[in-house]
Design a protein around this ligand. Structure first.
Ligand code: UT7
Length: 324
């Protein structure tokens, strides 16, 4: 018998305000047709004025706890993946901890931009396998609308706000790929590409929050190649192949990247959970949102093999293979 980190709950929260592509037509030189055809995005949610990342995160956390049938005090570790914290410090995770009424355990944030949830999942797995945690609440939560330059049509139409959460619990497995839980992980970064997707402000540089800047075509070029490669690597590590995969749950940045990656892996779009049309790119929140929506839609079922993969600023990218 070996230790495994098994998903026992999932949930999400989306702010009430839904912004269709048509709203941008009045603001900037763009069309619904351009946004749909280039990105697959039809609408996104924006947080209300004053609504913070920790607020979205806490609501998603409550939904995941309810799904798992757990109380906040059953959790010993909270990890929030975010690049849009309420404050420079403390960590969003500690705000969520207090909001949930938890006084035990420990909470911290991970920042790997759009790959943040994959990094958080892999790190939570490590904490569970090493015995440092038993039940981890992992949240991806973002308010990317706060980082938009509303005059930059190449970026402001692409992003949205939201949060998704997942609970990972220590369990026993046989040590083979039939086990439920995380079977393998693969994390990568290459800081040489840090200036193709970044925010032009920060504490120690400008003392401002800054705005998101992206060379979209360059990021696009890296995305398909690196996502397919990391997914293959993670599957290899688990002794599996793309033919074993029930669901790819990719970071939801662009439908063309999602389709290109599936094609490169020899998988049909019938095996891919797609939510980008409704959420836009919610950075670290996109994968847990897609996992939660995928479960609600009846797509993802217990026992199925799921691969999550993401790439974002850094560049940072990676994937996790798990049996749901
Ligand atoms: O989550 C982190 C990872 N991020 C991503 O994965 C994003 C990766 N990149 C992309 O998704 C795509 O590159 C974009 C959706 C950002 C852009 O699509 P593209 O096919 O690469 O378009 P492009 O940037 O090459 O722009 C094509 C044209 C340009 O005009 P010219 O120079 O050909 O005259 C842009 O100025 O489209 C223009 N354009 C727009 N037109 C209407 C750019 N943004 C817009 C817009 N509306 N919103």
């Amino acid at each position: 018998m070996i230790k495994r980190a098994v998903v026992t709950g999932v949930g999400h929260y989306l702010p009430d305000r839904i912004v269709p592509n048509s709203e941008f037509e009045a603001m900037i030189d763009t069309t619904d047709e351009w946004i749909r055809s280039r990105s697959g995005i039809e609408r996104r949610h924006f947080a209300a004025e004053g609504q913070t990342t920790s607020d979205l995160a806490t609501r998603a956390a409550r939904a995941a706890l309810a799904d798992a049938g757990l109380e906040p005090d059953d959790i010993d570790t909270i990890i929030v993946a975010t690049s849009t914290p309420d404050f420079t410090f403390p960590a969003v995770a500690t705000i969520v901890q207090a909001e949930l009424g938890m006084t035990k355990g420990y909470a911290f944030d991970i920042q790997a931009v759009c790959a943040g949830f994959v990094f958080a999942l892999a790190n939570a797995n490590g904490l569970i396998l090493s015995g440092q945690a038993k039940r981890v609440l992992i949240i991806g939560a973002e308010t990317f609308s706060r980082l938009m330059d509303w005059t930059d049509r190449g970026t402001c139409v692409l992003f949205g706000d939201g949060a998704g959460a997942l609970i990972l619990e220590a369990a026993e497995g046989e040590g083979n790929s039939s086990d439920r839980g995380i079977l393998s992980t693969d994390l990568n970064s290459d800081g040489r590409y840090r200036d193709i997707l970044y925010v032009d402000g920060g504490v120690s540089s400008t003392q401002t929050t800054g705005f998101l800047r992206m060379q979209g075509k360059e990021v696009f070029r890296h995305a398909i190649e690196k996502l397919a490669a990391t997914a293959h690597t993670a599957l290899d590590k688990a002794g599996l192949t793309p033919a074993d995969v029930d669901w790819i749950v990719p970071h939801q940045a662009n439908l063309r990247i999602i389709k290109g990656t599936a094609l490169k892996m020899g998988l049909s779009m019938d095996n891919v959970v797609v939510t980008v049309q409704d959420h836009g790119n919610t950075s670290a929140a996109s994968i847990p949102l897609a996992l939660s929506v995928g479960k609600q839609r009846g797509q993802i079922k217990q026992g199925q093999l799921v691969v999550v993969e993401a790439i974002g600023g850094g560049l940072a990218w990676g994937s996790v293979v798990l049996r749901w």
